[in-house]
Design a protein. Sequence first.
Length: 203
Amino acid sequence: MEFIAIAFGAIFVNNVVLNQFYGLCPFLGVSTKKSSAFSMGMAVTFVITLSTMIAYTIYNQVLVPNNIEYLSTIVFILVIASFVQLVEMVIKKFSSAIYSALGVYLPLITTNCAVLGVAIDVTVNGTGSQKLLMASGVAPTFWQATVYALGISLGYAIVIFLFSAIREEMDAYPIKKNWQGIPIALITAFIMAMIFSGFGGVI
């Protein structure tokens, strides 16, 4: 039940986009089509989950014992960049169409504050989702951090896919010129954020 609560809270209550406002650039830029949004969601899920696992291990097994925690941000960025390069090479090899659709946003996963933010959150700060991972006042374990990272990344993937589906549907309706594009997208994101905030009363 503990892991279920952590995952549920990470996906819905502390959603990385709608609650913490991380990763808004690719969220708005890649969410015009469901196919590209799904691919971006899966790529971010892979990078966030595995980079957090590696970052957590390096931080606690290498940096802390040697009193070089100040190198954590640099190390985390290197880990994230490595995984992004791996994802980029795989997508480019197996689907050039998706690679072209994601465009510049794919390599920008490296600088996506959602990816780095989760890694720092569950390792350096030891806070995770605050109420979820630090309820007992003890830093999260490896598996708690992993479940939280997976939940956060799945929350990102779910929201960006739902957002893209809504934007595709909106294209079929007449929208005033001044409201087209980013304005109506931001309003839609705000409504989604209000809906997701209702999950806060569940846990």
